[in-house]
Design a protein around this ligand. Structure first.
Ligand SMILES: Cc1cc2nc3c(=O)[nH]c(=O)nc-3n(C[C@H](O)[C@H](O)[C@H](O)COP(=O)(O)OP(=O)(O)OC[C@H]3O[C@@H](n4cnc5c(N)ncnc54)[C@H](O)[C@@H]3O)c2cc1C
Length: 328
């Protein structure tokens, strides 16, 4: 394909262009999840020349079975919401690269974005919205039953387990926090923790004592998620004796950590001890002209509505940066 010419593609009644290597964009957004797509709408409506590069459209939303906490929709499938976001972005005429992987960023007054296929694009500002991945258990049944009882976000999915039995894998802050959320909704919660003690903050662990429906299974690991069309049980192993146990359950919440997609910022931007990009209240990173938003940052509570809010803030900050910079 000839990338020297901007070719217009039509999606429905909307238009987007492929990237132009010779152009210097006002803003390049890295990541096409809720943070990135919201940032795009704000940048485009501010008249910024805007490009968005993403591995995939929708981000984690596209992996979500049902969403009940994004306002405006009582219930919506994740893919459907991702489509609606995408549709809204495309109406403003954006330069869009899907299936594209950013591997490196070179800083300077004009920043360079390097893709794994050798292409390089330039911009005055960058907004990094590359999100995160949930750590997996990597056991049989997990992948097949994701969205059918295997869940990775208690804030998001706990209400679907009203009067049901659930397992929480992980005994850190995320696991114990999820168990506390679930204890008020589900009939029974079993925390499976590989170590012989919980590693959550004491104040959180102490709260578990208030719930009679929470059971602790220490020194155990999940070996398999069992079920045909939906989770029916979770098979765990006692690490000391090797004994296998099957816990009947309607769902399992995997709370064993997450991996921010921040590799492209390593050595360039300040990260915290979880490898999240540190941002201030304006979504500014440690480098002028580079902004970040959503799950890849150290902003607490990883949710769609929060990612959207942060994406809009990053876009407004990027716009202010350009307008107030005498070099542009
Ligand atoms: C199973 C599940 C269910 C959830 N349910 C809910 C819910 O019900 N309600 C709710 O509010 N939240 C929910 N969440 C959380 C919500 O999806 C996230 O908080 C939100 O998607 C974060 O948006 P983001 O744009 O910051 O990042 P992401 O959604 O992670 O998007 C990041 C994007 O960047 C792309 N990318 C990453 N690295 C690169 C790179 N190097 N180059 C190019 N592109 C890159 C990715 O491919 C992706 O498209 C759920 C999450 C999961 C995993």
């Amino acid at each position: 394909m000839d990338f020297n010419l901007s070719s217009s593609l039509f999606v429905g009644e909307q238009k987007f262009n492929t990237f132009e290597p010779q152009k210097t964009y006002d803003v390049i957004i890295i990541g096409g999840g809720p943070a990135g797509m919201t940032a795009a709408v704000y940048c485009l409506r501010k008249g910024m020349t805007t490009g968005l590069i993403t591995r995939q459209v929708g981000g984690q939303m596209a992996e979500t079975a049902g969403i009940e906490n994004y306002l405006g929709y009582r219930y919506i499938n994740g893919l459907e919401l991702a489509d609606k976001f995408h549709d809204q972005v495309l109406q403003f005429g954006i330069d869009f690269e899907n299936d594209a992987n950013v591997t490196d960023i070179k800083d300077g007054l004009i920043k360079e974005v390097h893709l794994d296929n050798g292409r390089i694009f330039k911009a005055r500002t960058l907004i990094i919205t590359s999100g995160k991945l949930s750590r997996k258990l990597n056991v049989p049944g997990e992948k097949e039953l994701t969205g059918k009882g295997v869940a990775y976000c208690a804030i998001c999915d706990a209400p679907f387990y009203k009067n049901k039995k659930v397992v929480v894998a992980g005994g850190g802050n995320a696991g114990v926090g999820a168990a506390l959320d679930l204890a008020r909704i589900a009939t029974h919660v079993t925390i499976v923790q590989r170590r012989d003690r919980l590693i959550a903050d004491q104040v959180l662990s102490d709260k578990l004592k208030h719930y009679e429906n929470v059971e602790l299974l220490l020194g155990h690991v999940v070996k398999e998620v069992v079920g045909e069309h939906h989770v029916a049980a979770v098979r765990v192993e006692n690490r000391e004796t090797g004994e296998l146990l099957e816990i009947p359950a309607d769902g399992i919440f995997v709370e064993v950590g997450s991996i921010p997609n921040s590799e492209l910022a390593h050595g360039l931007l300040e990260l915290n001890d979880k490898n999240e990009i540190i941002v201030d209240e304006f979504c500014k990173t440690s480098k002028p002209g580079i902004f970040a938003a959503g799950d890849v940052t150290d902003v607490p509570y990883k949710q769609i509505i929060i990612a959207c809010g942060e994406g809009s803030k990053a876009a407004l900050s990027a716009t202010d940066y350009i307008l107030s910079n005498p070099n542009f």
